[in-house]
Design a protein around this ligand. Structure first.
Ligand SMILES: [Fe+2]
Length: 369
């Protein structure tokens, strides 16, 4: 009976899963990965070396991959009827994106840059160095698109065009449009952000520890992208939401605690991170909380399904409205005063091991450092 289930073509068919079996590259299933070192294999379809990364919290909508372009090399030109957000892990290079009328936009990138491939725009990615490889990580909504439409020709050979998503020249020149919404939801609308480390961020105090944040809208995509910053000797408030958030550490060093309702927060799941670490809190939903144990600011980047411009799902819009509201007020955030005291104790201990000082007394007056 079990075997029969495995081979039944009329039940439980996931065309995305069938497709990636034909790709000839590893599919890494993990809670977290280091994008710098994850093992890659030659990728016939796209060129370069690649691996799919299916994180525990990838969600039904998304998947990720890491691709490496050898020195002096390039990926094959492609276009696809799905969204794709890219983050440069290492190396330098250039991307060319073509408008439907044939006009080409070209921009050069280095470590920490992000860009969006506008829906179905022809594009190609080049390594700009003759001596160093370049590594990029991408998060796409290919799984949901494939599982709905089934046919690779629809996704990879579709003539329909979306000029409005690709034709703004200045969006490839490191420029963009600031869209004022409210703290934690302000948007920067562009197609390319060259440097995530020095990008100026507006304040977002509601998530704690004098943090800063901005939402990016890349290529008018319906995917979510944001970056948050928090400072040395601090940690942010815990919060929960459904799976999908692919979190990249961009700068700093620290750890995140992840736990489900009722679990011991310091003894459930811990991800230690440094630049290049990628992880995704699974469904549950899973509470997660970020701790900076380095001597510098930490910034992390998130790619997810459903952006603040186009949430797609009503449930996603609910998250945008409630993500930094206290649980006691019907939201999904645990205020410092309400958190399990073992969380703060562990943080002090981790800082102590490194000879660093906590700044949390500035944000939690009831606890002295
Ligand atoms: Fe989160």
């Amino acid at each position: 009976m079990g075997d029969e289930m495995d081979f039944n073509p009329y039940y439980g068919v996931f065309p995305y899963r069938d497709f990636i079996k034909t790709e000839g590259i590893p599919v890494i299933e993990a809670y977290s990965v280091d994008c710098h070192t994850v093992a890659l294999e030659p990728w016939e379809r796209l060129g370069g070396l690649g691996a799919y990364v299916h994180l525990a919290g990838k969600s039904d909508f998304l998947s990720a991959y890491v691709v490496e372009i050898p020195p002096g090399g390039e990926l094959k030109p492609e276009q696809h009827m799905h969204d794709e957000l890219m983050h440069v892990i290492s190396g330098r290079g250039a991307t060319v994106i073509e408008d439907p009328d044939g006009k080409k936009h070209s921009f050069e990138w280095g470590p920490t840059a992000i860009f969006g491939i506008p829906m179905n725009a022809k594009h190609q990615i080049f390594n700009g160095s003759g001596t160093e490889p370049a590594r990029l990580a991408a998060v796409t909504d290919l799984p949901i698109i494939f599982n709905i439409f089934h046919r690779p020709e629809f996704i990879f050979e579709n003539p329909f065009t979306f000029p409005e998503r690709s034709e703004t020249d200045r969006y490839y020149e490191g420029e963009g449009e600031f869209r004022k919404i409210k703290p934690g939801r302000h948007q920067w609308e562009t197609n390319f952000v060259p440097d995530l480390v020095n990008f100026e961020l507006p304040p977002w105090i509601a998530r704690g520890a004098a943090g800063n944040n901005i939402q990016f809208l890349l290529g008018d995509s319906s995917m979510h992208c944001h970056i948050s910053q928090f400072f040395e000797g601090t940690y942010k408030k815990a919060h929960a939401h459904n799976a999908g958030a692919h979190i990249f550490c961009v700068t700093g060093k620290g750890y995140s605690l992840l736990w489900k309702q009722g679990e011991n927060p310091v003894d459930a799941m811990r991800v230690d991170w440094k630049p290049g670490t990628l992880y995704a809190p699974p469904d549950g939903p899973t509470y997660h909380q970020h701790f900076n144990v380095s001597q510098e600011q930490s910034r992390y980047l998130v790619f997810d399904f459903g952006g603040s411009r186009y949430p797609v799902l009503d449930s996603k819009m609910w998250i945008y409205e409630n993500m930094d509201r206290s649980e006691t007020a019907g939201g999904m955030q645990i205020e410092y005063e309400d958190e399990d005291p073992r969380i703060h104790e562990l943080f002090e201990e981790e800082l102590g091991k490194r000879g660093l000082r906590s700044r949390m007394h500035e944000f939690i007056p009831s606890r002295t450092a």
